[in-house]
Design a protein around this ligand. Structure first.
Ligand SMILES: Nc1ncnc2c1ncn2[C@@H]1O[C@H](COP(=O)(O)OP(=O)(O)OP(=O)(O)O)[C@@H](O)[C@H]1O
Ligand code: SF4
Ligand SMILES: [Mg+2]
Length: 337
């Protein structure tokens, strides 16, 4: 398999009046052509910051270390205008919050048309939006928009002609999510990143969104960021688990979900396997403050398997079967990362 995206040793920080926030720390992650990778981890562990940073959209966060190679090019070295050609066309993001991601002042048709214009002519947002009443774009653009909506089986849910004339507030969450996916697909990206695509959706919309992502699987590379572990299991080939700004376990879906190696992954997954009447296993201790890390493994104050070395040394990544794990339980020798 050919690697499309390779993130190596990436660290992203925010300098705030209260101090430095270490949002991503020494991240190693790869995505192969046509592979679907799930990214999971508790709220605030740095999932969204990571992918916004790859697209250089994470302001005022900044990359202080590491490299991001996409199809052989180091994204950190591209000029601002070169990055515009990467965003949407090479790597497209379906943003986390579907309720605020669309522009409330323009119709769905105008916004999809704009996505196409930007793809074909370049430029950034707001440069090309048709002002006033939207006449429907060119025939070719209209056909392309309709074909993407058909691809997403939008016609089964709504009258697509009416949908194009609607404003975002007139749509359900599920339809808004699909419009955002359609917008991303119009760029014909090689990597689609869907950030929490099933969050805040009702059961039917969640199921429909998962169907859409499953249908796209294998046609392009995909990253699905989610708290919804079942969504990841159903749409991805490989998974990366994040804790406190770091990727602490990566591996094939079956290995990570079937035989998790890192104690944090085990706890996270055990919450999903509960049967009726069982108590939720709590991850004890305080949620980590990304400004102030404990020495050693950042999970050690909460880890049920912590050893003396864990509070002294930060674990490097080691092989554990077909997975990579940052945990002293799998270390072959004492190393700092
Ligand atoms: N603009 C900002 N200024 C300062 N710190 C920030 C900023 N944006 C994000 N952070 C920090 O980065 C951390 C990671 O944020 P991020 O949005 O990536 O979390 P996440 O894993 O996507 O969480 P969720 O699952 O809730 O979406 C946050 O905990 C926060 O401390
Ligand atoms: S390094 Fe130690 S504290 Fe950290 S997860 Fe592994 S066993 Fe637990
Ligand atoms: Mg997020």
């Amino acid at each position: 398999m050919t690697e499309l995206l390779t993130v190596s040793d990436l660290s992203v920080v925010f300098d705030t009046p209260a101090g430095r926030v270490y949002a991503n720390r020494s991240i190693n992650l790869s995505v192969n052509e046509n592979e679907a990778v799930g990214v999971m981890g508790e709220s605030g562990c740095g999932k969204t910051v990571l992918f916004l940073s790859l697209l250089r959209l994470q302001q005022p966060g900044r990359i202080v270390r590491g490299s991001v190679i996409f199809d052989g090019h180091d994204l950190a070295r591209l000029s601002a205008s070169q990055m515009q050609w990467v965003r949407g066309r090479q790597m497209a993001l379906v943003p986390q919050d579907h309720s605020t991601a669309l522009n409330p002042a323009f119709t769905v048709g105008q916004q999809l048309d704009e996505a196409l214009l930007i793809r074909d002519r370049g430029g950034g947002l707001w440069r090309t939006l048709p002002v006033g009443r939207w006449a429907g774009g060119s025939q070719a653009r209209r056909e392309e928009i309709r074909s993407v909506l058909d691809e997403l089986a939008m016609g089964e849910l709504v009258d697509t002609a009416r949908l194009l004339g609607r404003y975002p507030h007139q749509l359900s969450g599920g339809i808004r999510q699909r419009v955002l996916i359609a917008m991303a697909l119009l760029g014909r990206p090689r990597l689609l990143v869907a950030d929490e695509p099933t969050t805040a959706l009702d059961r039917a919309s969640r199921a429909q969104t998962l169907e859409v992502l499953s249908a796209l699987r294998g046609r392009m590379a995909m990253v699905v960021i989610s708290h919804d572990l079942d969504a990841i299991r159903r749409t991805c080939d490989r998974v990366a688990v994040m804790y406190a700004g770091r990727v602490i376990e990566t591996g094939p879906m079956d290995s990570v979900f079937g035989h998790p190696s890192h104690p944090y992954t085990s706890l996270l997954l055990s919450c999903q396997k509960l049967t009726r009447g069982q108590r939720l296993p709590a991850v004890g201790g305080d949620v980590l403050n990304l400004m102030d890390f404990p020495p050693g493994c950042s999970f050690h104050p909460r880890c049920p398997r912590a050893m003396p070395v864990c509070s002294r040394l930060e674990p490097a990544e080691s092989h554990a079967g077909s997975s990579m794990v940052a945990c002293h339980l799998y270390a072959t020798g004492e190393k700092t990362c």
